[in-house]
Design a protein around this ligand. Structure first.
Ligand SMILES: O=c1[nH]c(=O)c2[nH]c(=O)[nH]c2[nH]1
Length: 329
């Protein structure tokens, strides 16, 4: 076999695909941030806002700019904003942010980077919320959430990403993603996995009723990225409501696969939030294995154990066209 040597301009040009640098895992906490109020409620969720008494984020900064080239090619740091400085910048700006959402903060701090350092052409900011749970304390009318003590949470959390650059007439949001990551849900019965390909390699027994354990990340984009910021709370999609939709659909739908389940969740999310353009999923199958189902006097009861590796996964993205297709069926 012979390989022709590519000599066209593309391979020689310095229009490189990748040149950026930044800081990640910037943990930052803000007490008494602006509460999120006035969000639209949906039938699947009791979520109608959050106090933001404790607002924690794990932030990633990524800077792009042609003026950073000499730092790579000549060891010239004269344009380099130290990644340590980026961390300090994020720490400072969370104190200046007067909004109530992860995406709003990322947009704010990204804009501040572009306004402060002219050598930056574009900035990608992302963050995972570091969540805390309210704790009930006895009050005059039963238990009520403490406004002082919070439990560090190991549960799912909100995600946001904003990609900003300089347009003709000011800063532009080129790309935006919101999400909720790290959902872990178990359904004890009412899920099946049957009718898949059976051949000489297949050993998995068909299950009419399995205990389904999934981990799930859900991501979404808005038709108008302004809506992601939360300035108009009626048009903002809270991660908590998407989480609750996933739970409710899981409860309601007797799915024959995780593929089937996430499609149903996606349809419901798109239906509830017309302001969204896309919704996408990354699911993992963590279903336990059955050890026993012969427990006396308890027909549905089973003993289960952890599955061994490897792990199955599903990735799927949907847009409003999927909703139209479903409606026409
Ligand atoms: O929901 C599932 N989808 C699959 O594709 C699959 N494959 C498998 O082994 N178990 C499962 N479960």
């Amino acid at each position: 076999m012979s390989y022709s040597k590519e000599t066209d301009d593309d391979t020689r040009s310095t229009d490189r695909r990748t040149m950026n640098y930044g800081k990640e895992k910037i943990a930052v906490y803000r007490t008494y941030a602006t509460p999120l109020e006035g969000v639209r409620t949906i039938p699947e969720s009791s979520f109608d806002g959050r106090d933001n008494t404790l607002f924690g984020l794990d932030v990633r900064v990524q800077l792009e700019g042609e003026e950073f080239l000499p730092s790579f090619s000549e060891g010239d740091n004269s344009m380099v904003v130290a990644t340590d400085t980026m961390k300090n910048f994020v720490h400072h700006q969370i104190g200046e942010y007067d909004g109530a959402t992860v995406e709003g903060f990322l947009d704010f701090v990204g804009s501040q980077f572009l306004e402060t350092y002219s050598q930056i052409d574009a900035v990608k900011m992302s963050a995972n919320e570091l969540p805390f749970d309210e704790r009930p304390i006895p009050g005059d009318e039963g238990f009520e959430p403490s406004d002082l003590v919070f439990r560090v949470s190991d549960n799912e959390s909100a995600f946001g990403e904003m990609y900003l650059d300089r347009g003709q007439d000011g800063l532009v949001v080129e790309d935006q993603t919101s999400g909720v990551t790290g959902l872990e849900l178990v359904k004890v019965n009412g899920s099946s996995f049957t009718d898949y390909v059976q051949d000489e390699y297949t050993t998995l027994p068909e299950r009419e009723d399995r205990t389904l354990y999934i981990s799930l990340d859900v991501f979404w984009t808005y038709e108008d990225s302004e809506d992601a910021l939360g300035m108009d709370p009626q048009r903002y999609v809270p991660a908590e409501q998407v989480r609750d939709i996933a739970q409710v659909v899981f409860h309601e739908v007797d799915s024959n696969s995780i593929q089937d389940l996430i499609y149903q969740i996606g349809l419901r999310v798109l239906r509830r939030f017309p302001q969204l353009e896309t919704v996408s999923f990354e699911a993992n199958n963590r279903t336990w294995l059955e050890v026993r189902d012969d427990i006396e006097g308890a027909e549905k009861a089973r003993v289960l154990k952890e599955p061994p590796r490897p792990t199955g996964y599903q990735q799927f993205s949907m847009n409003r066209g999927d909703l139209d297709e479903e409606a026409s069926q």
